[in-house]
Design a protein around this ligand. Sequence first.
Ligand SMILES: Nc1ncnc2c1ncn2[C@@H]1O[C@H](COP(=O)(O)OP(=O)(O)OP(=O)(O)O)[C@@H](O)[C@H]1O
Ligand SMILES: [Mg+2]
Length: 302
Amino acid sequence: MDAITADDVHKSYGSIKAVDGISFKVQKGEVYSFLGPNGAGKTTTVEMLEGLRKADRGEIRVLGEEPWHEASKLGRTVGVMPQDFRFIERITSREAIRYYCSLFSVRDKTKELLSLVDLEEVQNVQFQNLSGGQKQKLGICLALINDPELIFLDEPTTGLDPKARRKIWDLIRKLKDEGKTVILTTHYLEEAEMLADRVAIMDHGKIIAEGSPGEIINRMGKGRKLTVPYGEKLQEYLSKDLKLDCNRTGDSISVSIHSNKDVINILDFAEKNGIELTSLSLKEDTLEDIFVDLIAEKEGTS
Ligand SMILES: Nc1ncnc2c1ncn2[C@@H]1O[C@H](COP(=O)(O)OP(=O)(O)OP(=O)(O)O)[C@@H](O)[C@H]1O
Ligand SMILES: [Mg+2]
């Protein structure tokens, strides 16, 4: 069953088309991720789904309801962690959670939520004195107070240290295991590739690619890339003789290969010409490689 359906949704601010006719569906229990450069329209999209902003045009249903008109009803089953989460400066983490529990008329879950995101140590610290990552963790806590079936997380791991980020990944996996639907906005492509069942890549208000990370990589990936140390002679051989697509970055050349034969030819050439291959790597395109190519194509830079 669908948790969310959006059909031809538009939102403009003056002449800026923040969201320009997007349609998508999210099934219950899915982790669905919005990706895209700054200003692509991700936050505007999720805020319309959350009932915080009214769409100019198009149909949206969230858990069967129209979010703008049914925002208060949806508030009981939906959790929201906004981008750049802020709270009352002088309230401590413990007080904030306790207050939200009373707002939602649920039992006091302060202890378990503090431990869920590792905030016990700073439970008595005022919001203004928490680190950036701690503030974000508190934001996630508050989104989970009402045990929501659908959770919106807008850049939950931005600015977190690697350990804290892993903790949030574990939490998202746990929410998924519990059958919750998670809408995850992120700039970390590897995070989406790892956690999301499906992703939507947005640019200039449009969805320019959608599917599971694996599908997108199969459909749009350029296959395998071999990276070797840069050398003039080697570069010439790769592009002129083998006619392969080469890309030089710093001291290395990345080359798109079509078959194992290409690799054998390259190694053979290096051997015959006394070229020392001090490093060598072969890898498939990642979601990040595809994302960078897609956005570059749109900007006309590749
Ligand atoms: N309230 C507003 N008034 C005017 N313009 C707005 C408003 N909110 C967003 N915009 C504009 O709409 C566009 C989309 O913004 P949005 O915040 O949805 O992007 P985003 O994909 O979330 O970007 P980021 O990755 O930086 O968070 C941007 O050009 C932004 O400047
Ligand atoms: Mg945003």
